[in-house]
Design a protein. Structure first.
Lengths: 262, 262
């Protein structure tokens, strides 16, 4: 998918991380969202077995991390850096939601390198580190408890970037559109065939006939109740095969199987 | 903020969680996004010191978690359950992105209880658990490595819910009430009440009984066929009143009205 290519231009930068577990969890979060460029500025413990354990299937991302002494070194070649902040700052940085940061960042990442920069677990980004960033993103957390785990914050930012990238591709959008409209069923091999109009009408006739037979519908005024049932099945967007299942029930409603034990 | 009120109608349900650390991390993820209703179905270790350690400032959410033996018990009173899946399923559950799931879920959470349901770390939700859900959400992860940590998946889902709640103001939600999600139902004055989990389960029991009675289901192996029917009705998101209509049909299927002319 071409729309995901800009993710290769995005690096995740962790500054002075205290807990190696968070470094491992970050590697895992990155890889699940399709990110691979990992930078560690002055980590307290790296490499570390706890980091490797928590990286799970993303040890490649972890092991390829680039360690630097300063944030400036980690940003070499970057055209844009987005800092993540858990708290409001006094400085006149522009603060946006992760969604808006993703939009702005991805636009630049089409052609140039960018960075997402995360501070320490305890105090976030220092003012000096913030000065290296062009944009500040803040996850709109619960004001009564806004302390996301570091790797969780990375997961959310990477997720937003990936979602935005996927939305960009025109074909992807078309696919998503169908998902929303059709309720994106999981196609069995060969795909699922929705019932067509004739199938549906045959089913509705069969249903009406059966409901008259069992005395559910009043033959004098069957309309209102039946309309409600039609609407219910319309919402389900029946598949061809499901029509067959339902009509099988209708047939047996009128003529139950002789060998039924019930 | 009034727009965040529906979050109180949303419960996070973890099924058969293996690692207590994930339970603690989930509590923290929940609280940072403003969620508090935590259900644990058959957890392997709870309470546990590791869970408490990772819950950090969210020990209140952790300590107030409700433990149940079955998923059905955890869903008592819920009108809608969204299951999270990491993999494509063969059966025809509706699968959407977390963003679309958040939209649909929050709309119902305006007035009724809903649940986000997460499976085990190793294998996700079982088919039986999936059958208790009306919608499946899938985080569009890297197909080469799609294994998000459990608590990370909770963080992403809760983040989407919170973002969507913040984006909506009350009036906008009211306007939305009639469209997309409910398949364009005509909202009766006073709104539509969706069937809750118990209504649904009673309907499914009644349906199964009736289908056995007419000889449609094979008493020796009723499972597969019945699952398909459950999924069909799950997609329709049945209203309370529709359940009554359908159960009326089932009753007459077994005992047709004497005065029927057919």
């Amino acid at each position: 998918m071409n729309s995901l290519k800009p993710l290769n231009n995005i690096r995740i930068v962790l500054c002075a991380t205290s807990h190696p577990g968070n470094i491992g969890s970050t590697a895992r979060a990155m890889k699940t969202m399709g990110f691979q460029n990992f930078y560690l500025v002055n980590p307290q413990h790296y490499p570390d077995p706890q980091a490797s354990a928590l990286a799970a299937g993303a040890t490649d991302v972890l092991d390829n991390a680039i360690v630097t002494n300063t944030l400036s070194e980690a940003l070499v070649g970057c055209a844009f850096a987005i800092g993540l902040s858990a708290r409001k700052r006094n400085l006149s940085h522009e603060i946006v939601t992760p969604r808006i940061a993703a939009q702005q960042g991805l636009q630049i990442a089409q052609n140039q390198q960018i960075a997402l920069v995360f501070g320490t677990e305890m105090s976030g980004l220092s003012n000096a580190e913030l000065d290296c960033c062009q944009l500040l993103a803040m996850i709109p957390a619960n004001p009564e408890y806004s302390s996301l785990n570091l790797a969780m914050a990375v997961q959310v930012m990477c997720y937003e970037m990936r979602m935005h990238a996927l939305e960009q591709d025109v074909l992807e959008l078309k696919a998503l559109k169908n998902d929303a409209l059709r309720g994106n069923r999981d196609a069995a091999p060969g795909g699922i065939e929705l019932a067509n109009n004739e199938d549906l009408e045959r089913f509705y006739s069969h249903l009406e006939e059966t409901l008259l037979h069992i005395g559910y519908l009043n033959p004098a005024a069957p309309k209102k109740l039946f309309e409600r049932l039609r609407r219910l099945y319309a919402r389900a967007r029946l598949e061809k095969e499901e029509i067959n299942l339902l009509r099988g029930i209708l047939t047996l409603t009128v003529t139950p199987k002789k060998h039924s034990k019930y």
